[in-house]
Write a protein that binds this ligand. Structure first.
Ligand SMILES: O=C(O)c1cc(C(=O)O)c2c(n1)C(=O)C(=O)c1cc(C(=O)O)[nH]c1-2
Length: 250
């Protein structure tokens, strides 16, 4: 029988345990490797962008859930700043607006992103699972799950270089999202790590934080499994209704 330790790690050991999950980050997923090596077709690249939209949409809601679950005013005050990052101070500004510019830069219409027609069912389940996790777990675990951002800046920077090299048909205006996000992610993730190290101090809390970060790595990789699988999307109401024989039940 394996014994789970009841002795908390030191701050340094705990940070090393969190960094230890680096290998499970989505940068090494086969789809990302292919995307960065120039092996994706334009429709595949568009599928990645249209599916990531669903993740971007979830970010403000999961941050609001973390705030709702947190009893500490100083953390709530600080986390509130993150609510504006995707939504922006007004219409047409912020991360979501930048993502729509990216979508157009790769040849998608705004409408087909907004109506989520390309969102794969696996992406929907993975992202909804992440939101549910942040809504139902202690706030410290929601914060720990955001630590994938520690691994994201280099990956995002490599993405921009790879796309510019291999997909020169992309309108450069589309890179604004990553240009804004890379410095923000460096700053946010350093702060997120401090919050986790400060507030997860018992062996149990530290174990839960490591497991939250592992879960988030699985969420991100599951999204890519679904994007890699193909263009089949989740059944919409319209698609379900199309299966009903004409006149049936009417
Ligand atoms: O493009 C990427 O590879 C990537 C990864 C991640 C991540 O690792 O969670 C985020 C983002 N981008 C991102 O743009 C973003 O706003 C973001 C917020 C969060 C989070 O968990 O709070 N992760 C990420």
């Amino acid at each position: 029988m394996t014994q789970t330790s009841t002795i908390a790690s030191t701050r340094e050991e705990f940070a090393a345990r969190l960094y230890g999950l680096r290998g499970r980050y989505w940068d090494t997923h086969p789809f990302h490797l292919r995307l960065h090596s120039g092996g994706c077709t334009p429709p595949e690249l568009r599928r990645w962008v249209a599916n990531r939209w669903y993740y971007q949409l979830c970010l403000t809601r999961k941050n609001a859930a973390i705030i709702a679950n947190c009893p500490l005013p100083e953390i709530r005050r600080e986390w509130t700043r993150r609510l504006g990052q995707q939504d922006g101070p007004q219409e047409g500004e912020g991360g979501l607006a930048d993502w729509l510019v990216l979508a157009e830069a790769v040849g998608l219409d705004r409408a087909e992103v907004l109506d989520e027609r390309h969102v794969a069912r696996g992406v929907r389940f993975a992202v909804d699972g992440y939101l549910h996790f942040c809504q139902t777990r202690p706030w410290t675990e929601g914060v720990a799950a955001a630590l994938t951002e520690m691994f994201s800046p280099d990956h995002m920077a490599e993405r921009v270089i790879a796309w510019q090299k291999h997909y020169d048909w992309i309108d450069p205006a589309g890179y604004a999202y990553f240009e804004h996000r890379i410095p923000d992610a460096r700053r946010d993730s350093a702060r997120t790590l401090d919050v986790v190290l400060d507030h997860c101090v018992t062996a149990e809390q530290q174990r839960a934080a490591v497991s939250a970060l592992a879960f988030k790595c699985e969420v991100l990789r599951a999204m890519l499994d679904a994007v890699d699988y193909g263009p089949e999307t989740a059944a919409t109401v319209e698609a379900a209704e199309a299966l009903v024989p004409a006149g049936a039940g009417r």
